[in-house]
Write a protein that binds this ligand. Structure first.
Ligand SMILES: *[C@@H]1O[C@H](CO)[C@@H](O)[C@H](O)[C@H]1NC(C)=O
Ligand SMILES: *[C@@H]1O[C@H](CO)[C@@H](O)[C@H](O)[C@H]1NC(C)=O
Ligand SMILES: *[C@@H]1O[C@H](CO)[C@@H](O)[C@H](O)[C@H]1NC(C)=O
Ligand SMILES: *[C@@H]1O[C@H](CO)[C@@H](O)[C@H](O)[C@H]1NC(C)=O
Ligand SMILES: *[C@@H]1O[C@H](CO)[C@@H](O)[C@H](O)[C@H]1NC(C)=O
Ligand SMILES: *[C@@H]1O[C@H](CO)[C@@H](O)[C@H](O)[C@H]1NC(C)=O
Ligand SMILES: *[C@@H]1O[C@H](CO)[C@@H](O)[C@H](O)[C@H]1NC(C)=O
Ligand SMILES: *[C@@H]1O[C@H](CO)[C@@H](O)[C@H](O)[C@H]1NC(C)=O
Ligand SMILES: *[C@@H]1O[C@H](CO)[C@@H](O)[C@H](O)[C@H]1NC(C)=O
Length: 419
């Protein structure tokens, strides 16, 4: 914004002044705000002391409702989103919660809508033929890593009324069931927002006041030495309100410009099936959204970017075994009739040198309630387009006028002379 103002101020023609007005008008569109309040391990004193427990409760208060988010790292990392009437409080029975008992987490008033995502698995696959496509049926060429087997620790936490960020790091993978250990780490970074804006972290996702961003980094994660061309994929498990019989809708869209994510003109949107509320209103539910890009270095520039690939959502039938070791079981318990589907996203594209090229891969996505935001042209782009189209037009008009004016007196002169 300041850049376009500065540019506008720099050029003092009437054209830029009028463009400046257009820009100012385009930007003054109203956007809603929420006020954030957050608590780490709310009301857990003695029980949590001495244990490395990380459960963050984030309340985003709007005028007529509150959106609650819970970010949890006990068992499989998961996020719960709940829309409740204002001044609804959260009640966690910590002993039961830590033992992953059902209904150990509840709200003082029944939420209008709830939705949860579990980061369920990291799947390593041996991409023998460099297709960048995972084939989960090829068991010999895939390894499954369960996130509950990482040792999670809090790296940083920032809490204020405008944004909340939590950075977590998982290390020392040890699959106790199969006795498999791996070195390397997985970094999860969660952000909560209060208004519509672009995130400050590449790929600069557009978020609303109703969304939360999750960034995943696989940093020097040990690969299976029998695999020559390892790549990783991430499996998410989506649980919540919505018709369980209908598959989620995956919609890869072309976006208008790549101003915020250089080189990437696509955005992938996943919508939960809409459903009827008790009062008959149709609820659009929640969405996931991401740019199909993965970076293979911490600088996250165009040269270090590769693609991601998503696969059709699949229904999961065994609810209890899928959800049991996560916070979502503490909330939903044995509830039936829930949407329960898995979604797989693989990182990398043909010819990018596989994971071993840098041993670093990222993926960033947004989880939100309501309608996914549409990327709009920014004021800078509007201004560049306006100058690009407006300036030649203005020059044509001025030239035309000039030619007309120059010709007019000549003809008058001729008329005089011929008299
Ligand atoms: C908690 O995390 C710290 C820092 O990683 C570690 O030193 C400590 O041993 C952990 N405590 C427990 C009980 O796991
Ligand atoms: C909140 O409720 C009031 C009164 O019902 C309504 O006028 C207003 O539009 C609502 N605000 C939002 C953001 O939904
Ligand atoms: C939380 O829930 C428990 C059990 O349902 C109840 O005994 C307790 O009073 C509740 N606490 C608050 C603060 O509501
Ligand atoms: C790789 O390609 C070869 C030859 O086309 C094929 O036989 C083999 O099944 C492929 N391997 C995988 C894992 O897709
Ligand atoms: C490597 O893959 C093979 C075959 O899938 C598996 O038996 C083995 O346990 C894996 N090793 C590790 C360290 O994951
Ligand atoms: C669901 O999973 C549990 C635990 O893994 C298992 O005992 C049960 O048989 C499974 N049920 C079905 C229908 O597959
Ligand atoms: C939920 O299911 C588990 C496993 O099937 C069972 O042990 C538990 O008693 C059930 N809880 C309720 C409240 O039905
Ligand atoms: C990535 O890790 C593999 C296995 O540990 C190693 O052979 C390779 O040299 C590493 N690549 C880079 C760029 O560090
Ligand atoms: C955010 O959630 C509220 C529900 O409280 C909804 O009215 C609003 O439309 C949502 N905003 C967006 C951008 O979806």
């Amino acid at each position: 914004m300041s850049l376009s103002y500065a540019t506008a101020a720099g050029m003092s023609s009437t054209l830029t002044v009028s463009l400046f007005l257009v820009v100012a008008l385009a930007d003054s569109s109203h956007s809603t705000r929420r006020t954030l309040r957050s608590w780490l391990n709310p009301d857990c004193d003695d029980t949590c002391r001495g244990r490395n427990v990380t459960t963050l409760h984030l309340g985003a208060d709007g005028p007529n409702d509150t959106l609650h988010y819970l970010w949890d790292f006990i068992g499989n990392p998961s996020v719960l989103l709940a829309l409740t009437p204002p001044s609804t409080s959260l009640n966690i029975s910590w002993e039961d919660y830590l033992a992953r008992q059902d209904k150990s987490l509840h709200f003082s008033e029944k939420p209008v809508y709830t939705f949860g995502v579990i980061i369920n698995k990291i799947i390593e696959f041996n991409d023998v033929n460099d297709t960048a496509m995972i084939n989960t049926a090829d068991v010999a060429n895939t390894n499954v890593l369960h996130l509950e087997y990482f040792k999670w620790q809090r790296v940083s936490l920032t809490q204020n009324s405008e944004f909340v960020t939590l950075d977590m790091e998982g290390n020392s993978y040890h699959d106790t069931a199969k006795n498999i250990r791996r070195y390397g780490s997985i970094k999860l970074s969660l952000r909560g927002f209060c208004t519509l804006d672009h995130s400050d972290m590449v790929p600069h996702m557009l978020h609303t006041e109703n969304s939360t961003q999750i960034d995943i980094i696989l940093d020097h994660l040990q690969t299976n030495e029998t695999f020559s061309n390892s790549r990783f994929a991430i499996e998410l498990l989506v649980v919540g309100g919505g018709d369980p019989e209908i598959l989620m809708f995956v919609d890869p869209k072309k976006s208008l410009d790549d101003e915020h994510t250089p080189g990437i003109f696509e955005i992938v949107e996943v919508r939960t099936p809409p459903y009827r509320e008790l009062d008959g209103a149709l609820n659009g539910g929640a969405y996931l959204q991401w740019r199909p890009v993965s970076y293979n270095s911490a600088s996250r520039d165009v040269t270090s970017s590769t693609e991601t690939m998503q696969y059709p959502p699949r229904k999961v039938f065994n609810y209890t075994s899928a959800v049991k070791n996560s916070m979502l079981y503490c909330y939903y318990g044995n509830e039936t009739n829930l949407l329960l589907q898995k979604l797989t996203i693989s990182l990398g594209s043909k010819g990018d040198g596989f994971y071993k090229k840098t041993n670093y891969s990222t993926w960033t996505f947004i989880v939100g309630y309501g309608t996914p935001p549409e990327e709009r042209f920014s004021s800078l782009v509007i201004m560049i387009i306006s100058i690009g189209l407006g300036l030649p037009l203005l020059i044509m008009v001025i030239t035309g006028l000039y030619l007309c004016i120059r010709r007019m007196p000549k003809r008058h002169g001729n008329v005089y002379l011929s008299r």
